[in-house]
Design a protein. Structure first.
Length: 355
């Protein structure tokens, strides 16, 4: 009884160090019951055994039951007093400890027979164990769901559902850090042309619509393992992994421009995007068999080295600037060249393609 009352207090207290008087009263009743039980061994106060070793109730047997019932009643009072600190499942499970043992005690006081109190207490503790286990599992899954939701919200842009700049930047950098000389990729800057004019002409609601529309089209055109993020404002950054194919680039961007033009026509608004691409082609080393891509003049030495993510971003940005300067609504491609500090003997010319 004392241990169960302590368990209840630890469950409902919420780290409140001030213990209620009912808790101390239960401790006192338990100590009194233990002391009287010891005395009973010598006086037959609660029970005794006759010469044939048969059990008999003593004259004060009902006092032992009264102590138990009173202790349980005090424990029940404490549980009800702190009901608001428990959820419904745990509260009902704890209530079973009062209902079953009290019913067993009443029956046992009126009918001489099997000792049902211990059996009722065991059944009650099993009920509480099962319900506590269920509650812990439900709470765990709820916390996991909350964690996944919080992580998603921390990594994604609320308007578009794409990765935000920080999360996208981090994943792209991780990919570049693990690239080998045979890996290839396309890094693209996508920008909505004259976005301020769109806001001024059609309103900020229209501007928000086009940001979501561009994000949606990029998400549907490219694969799930590609990394697309909202870089900020009306700009997007996309890393198309494991390919540097110009045909793939032209096909996918062609679809993107066509869909954007179709949506623009449906809404009667002149909206288009410019794209700058940094193309990282795989190194193919053919020693002494002629000039190969990303190698020096045919001797087979790989000059690409490690791909510098910041350099790729810079070149994609320069390609975007070139597109916006000369031919908006199209795309320009720069082949990746290492920064001068990484490869000082090689110049870094930019080759562009406008389609």
């Amino acid at each position: 009884m004392s241990l169960f009352t302590t368990y209840i207090w630890l469950t409902v207290s919420n780290h409140n160090h001030r213990k209620p008087a009912a808790l101390y009263a239960v401790y006192a009743l338990s100590a009194s019951g233990i002391l009287l039980l010891i005395i009973t061994q010598f006086t037959g106060l609660f029970y005794y055994f006759d010469d044939h070793n048969l059990y008999h109730r003593g004259n004060y047997y009902l006092l032992s039951q009264a102590i138990a019932v009173l202790g349980i009643a005090l424990c029940l009072f404490m549980l009800i007093s702190y009901r608001k600190n428990l959820n419904r499942t745990i509260f009902l499970a704890m209530m079973s400890f009062f209902v079953l043992p009290v019913l067993a005690t009443i029956y046992q006081a009126l009918a001489y027979g099997f000792s049902l109190q211990c059996l009722a207490a065991v059944i009650s503790t099993q009920i509480m164990f099962i319900m506590d286990t269920v509650e812990i599992n439900l709470r765990f899954h709820s916390q996991q769901a909350d964690y996944r939701k919080a992580r998603y919200e921390a990594e994604h842009d609320g308007m578009t559902g794409l990765l935000n700049k920080e999360a996208g930047w981090k994943r792209m950098r991780e990919y570049f850090n693990h690239m080998s000389s045979r890996d290839e990729a396309l890094l693209m800057f996508i920008d909505i042309d004259d976005f301020k004019t769109i806001n001024d002409t059609y309103g900020h609601t229209a501007g928000d619509f086009w940001i979501r529309e561009v994000a949606s089209q990029l998400r549907h055109i490219y694969r799930q393992d590609d990394i697309i993020c909202r870089y900020g404002g009306d700009e997007f950054l996309a890393l198309i992994r494991n390919t540097a194919s110009e045909q793939v680039l032209e096909t996918t961007l062609g679809i993107f421009f066509q869909q954007l033009a179709r949506t623009s026509e449906q809404h009667g608004q002149d909206v288009h995007c410019s794209v700058g691409v940094c193309r990282i082609a795989a190194t193919r080393i053919r020693r002494n068999t002629g000039i190969s891509r990303n190698t020096d003049e045919g001797n087979g030495e790989d000059i690409r080295g490690e791909v510098d993510f910041d350099q790729c971003v810079k070149q994609a940005d320069l390609a975007l600037y070139e597109t916006k300067r000369s031919n908006k609504g199209r795309f320009t491609v720069y082949n990746y060249t290492p920064p001068p500090s990484q490869n000082p003997q090689i110049s870094a010319p930019r080759s562009g393609r406008k389609v």
